[in-house]
Design a protein around this ligand. Structure first.
Ligand code: ZN
Length: 116
C-alpha cells in the first residue's frame, strides 16, 4: 500500500461522520484516511462552552466539591452540524451550548493516540 503524503489541510475535515444516539458514540472518518471514535458522555466532560469550562476550573480549585450531576447519566439526545467546521450536541439535561470544533475533536484524538 502506498503511503501518500498527508495534506495538512484535510486532517481536520471529516469525510464521513456518524452519530449514534443509541450507542452514544460519534465516529469520524477524516479526509486524511484516519478515523476517530468518541464516547459521547466523555465528550461532555470536555464540553468547550464557557459554563462548563468555568465549572471544571472551579472543580480543580476545590476537588471536594460535590458534583451537581452524575457524569455517567449524560446522554446526547440530538446532534447537528454547525456549518462545515463543528458539531453541536443537545444533552439529556437540556445543555447545548458546546460547539465541538472538528479541530478540537482531532486534537483529542491525536492526544489520545499520542500522535502529536
Ligand atoms: Zn458546556
Amino acid at each position: 500500500m502506498m503511503n501518500a503524503p498527508k495534506d495538512p489541510t484535510n486532517n481536520t475535515t471529516p469525510a464521513d461522520l456518524k452519530v449514534s444516539i443509541a450507542a452514544q458514540t460519534l465516529r469520524i472518518q477524516w479526509q486524511d484516511g484516519s478515523s476517530s471514535e468518541f464516547s459521547l458522555p466523555q465528550l461532555r466532560q470536555v464540553c468547550p462552552c464557557a459554563t462548563c469550562r468555568t465549572e471544571r476550573e472551579n472543580k480543580q480549585e476545590n476537588p471536594l466539591q460535590i458534583l451537581k450531576s452524575d457524569p455517567t447519566s449524560w446522554r446526547v439526545t440530538n446532534a447537528q452540524l454547525v456549518g462545515h467546521y463543528a458539531i453541536q450536541f443537545t444533552w439529556s439535561d437540556g445543555h447545548n451550548a458546546g460547539i465541538y470544533d472538528f479541530r478540537l475533536l482531532r486534537k483529542l484524538t491525536d492526544e489520545a493516540t499520542g500522535a502529536t
